[in-house]
Design a protein around this ligand. Sequence first.
Ligand code: PEP
Ligand code: MG
Length: 576
Amino acid sequence: MIIVKGIAASPGIAIGPAYLVKPDNTVIEKKHIPPTNIGWELRRFEEAVEKSMADLEASQAQVKSLFGSKYAKLIAAHKLILKDPLLISSVKNKIEKEQISAEYALSCAAKEITARFESLKDELFRERKYDLADVAKRLFENLTKKKQNKFSGIKEPSIIIAHNLFPSDTINLKGKNVLGFATDIGGKTSHTALLAQSMQMPAVVGLSDASSQIKDGDLIILDGETGLILINPEPKILKQYKEEQIKIDEAELSLKQISPLPNETSDGHKVSLYINYDPRRDFKAWDAFRSDGLGLLRTEFIYMDRFDPPSEDEQYQIYKKTAHRFDKRPVTIRLADLGGDKITQLGLGRREKESNPFMGCRGIRLFLKYPELLYTQLRAIVRASAEVDASVKIMIPMVSSVEEVREVKAALKQVLKETEDSGIIPRRPIMLGAMIEVPSAALSLDGILPEVDFISIGTNDLIQYLIAVDRGNQEVAELYDPYHPAVLRTINFIIQGCRKKGKPVSVCGEMASDPEMIPFLVGLGVDILSLSPRMFLRIKSTLRGLNFEACADLAQAAMLLTSSEEIKTLREDYSL
Ligand code: PEP
Ligand code: MG
């Protein structure tokens, strides 16, 4: 048995015979052409570009219907490469000036551009060289009018082993007797890996030279959970993996089955389960979760990677589309939380580098400093709320004092008046809420509560600011501790404060998506948990397995303890 370690690119376990994809070793010979043929050669290349574009258009539609629009964007990226004057004019120049065949000119130009990609520091950009190679391969096939079908020989369910797979290859794997795939190259963020995840096909990439160690028909265990490939495993190991595979399948299946069941503990205590959304993502797959609402729309992502802020119209379209997906359920739109680690490139006329961005001009602070951004976003939300049945909620990030809440409230009032004057009226009253993620806001809760309709606890930041531990710094990662008594006591303080005033309270930080922390949050009496999509069904399953009375006892007992270790031990010993 040989074991090779690579990068886990898509989870799941696949067991089956290897199907080896032979590397494409075609050598493109340098071929000179007579000057009289230059025009003809250029036309041949242009026709190949046109044909490749038509292929990509067709492929884009196919990918969109199979995997959703997020993945169709990969093909859009290939279309951009195909339109890139750097590639096109470089090939044409070579044909004209060096009087060489279109095939050879293409291979030289692709090599030059690849070298530029390889010199880039950012892994994400370096990975794009595979997209370029994929486009060049497509162009080459259209020039030579010879299409390769790498997978035509697959006769039984197999594991594909290749030096590299292009995204265009990966798309074609669906429904082709393919159990999973392993490649020598590629990283976690490569498009091939992303496609594997969307197809729910186990995959391991970055295996160095595994493809040269494997023969056609070798028995392979592909472990997409840990990134291992086991070649011709011993019977004992094979048995263990088969058992593990059955367990994973059963767990997935039973999770899907709980979707229609109520969100409550075993003794009937209800907790609403909302979902957190990144507006850049495709939502389709998550509709099946039947969440009770959208608890956090991270709108700042609409502002990233651009110099001009999104217009009111652009935002309005996004909010309207998102809210429509939730029919009459609540949709919580957070005002953009720019700053901190969510670096913005917006040309705001200043933005000197802050030495301490997490404590700097972030979230509502930035919006109050640049009110046009605040007003534009509020107008977009109000306009969307006039077109949808969802109950729209606006949430303020990074609140550190009641004055900030009052300022936003006044701005919303003004926007509502102006929009009403032009005939735009929300279908349902818009709720305004504050995120509690800064200790000063937690301690001023009694002042904030009368100003708002709801509270949402942002535990990611609350932990960072309470313990003074940068949430993104590896050096202090050990100190970032949700079990810290100060964290649990502060959450208790906030929840009890809200309950006294009858205001709903949710938790929308990652703590709500941690199965170990759920008994504490439920036991303290939280009304809503807003979860990251990948954890939604797991948390639902955890909640349904808990007893509320026991959780409440556990939470109360934890309040009396003074160290994280004691709280962890209590949690382990507690029967829930
Ligand atoms: C939080 O801080 O818990 C939160 C939900 O906001 P973000 O992670 O976007 O800062
Ligand atoms: Mg936050």
